[in-house]
Design a protein around this ligand. Structure first.
Ligand code: NAG
Ligand code: NAG
Ligand code: NAG
Length: 188
């Protein structure tokens, strides 16, 4: 039933997009439904993780007494500042950065507590942020889900979820992650 309602909303909203089109609508950003100022949108982009090499964007900054003896780097904290692009290609249109910290927080498997925000620097959403916070299992393959817990600028009152898709690892020191966000926010 919920799926049906969602589909109907999608159809209605696709018909009404020309009426409600805002300056934020771009290939990576689609408004799925409108209820007054409350909008539901789908965002789709790629996260460029450079974990090694001369231009690396992820740095370990803290290790605990247990970290070296832990198979899962428990207690390690890394700070990241990863480029966000519209297409998988690192040289495609840049739209912002994913900045924050990831703390290895599971004694029995590889998982981090990710506390970060998407900081957008492109056109209509320049300066706006979306906060992501939650458990991020580190997988070689597959999709994981994290909560969207808030936002600023264009994305005030944001809530929803992000799907991180780890199917497209490219090299050892380079991890490409496809990211899709479904969220509701207040357009002010
Ligand atoms: C690192 O960045 C510099 C400056 O953008 C660039 O010239 C260089 O090719 C990059 N190195 C790698 C390994 O991508
Ligand atoms: C984004 O905003 C900053 C600061 O207001 C400004 O310097 C920059 O040119 C803007 N970028 C775009 C793409 O609008
Ligand atoms: C994840 O990537 C795989 C391979 O490209 C694709 O088949 C799948 O649809 C993607 N899932 C999402 C949620 O984007």
């Amino acid at each position: 039933m919920a799926k049906l309602i969602f589909l109907i909303l999608m159809v209605i909203s696709s018909l009404s997009i020309p009426i409600y089109a805002t300056k934020t609508e771009e290939s990576w950003f689609q408004i799925i439904s409108n209820h007054g100022n409350e909008k539901t949108a789908k965002l789709h982009f790629y996260l460029q993780n450079l974990v090694g090499g001369e231009n690396k964007t992820v740095y370990e900054v803290v290790r605990g007494s247990i970290t070296s003896n832990s198979l899962f780097s428990f207690g390690s904290i890394v700070v990241l500042d990863n480029l966000i692009t519209v297409e998988p290609d690192m040289k495609s249109e840049p739209i912002g950065r994913l900045q924050g910290v990831a703390t290895s927080a599971d004694l029995k498997t590889t998982a981090v507590d990710l506390n970060a925000y998407f900081y957008f620097t492109s056109g209509g959403v320049n300066g706006s942020t979306i906060s992501i916070s939650g458990r991020n299992p580190v997988v070689k393959n597959g999709e994981i889900e994290l909560p969207i817990v808030g936002g600023t600028g264009m994305f005030r009152f944001a809530r929803g979820y992000a799907i991180k898709n780890y199917t497209s690892i490219v090299e050892n020191e380079y991890l490409l992650v496809e990211c899709t966000i479904y969220m509701t926010y207040m357009d002010n």
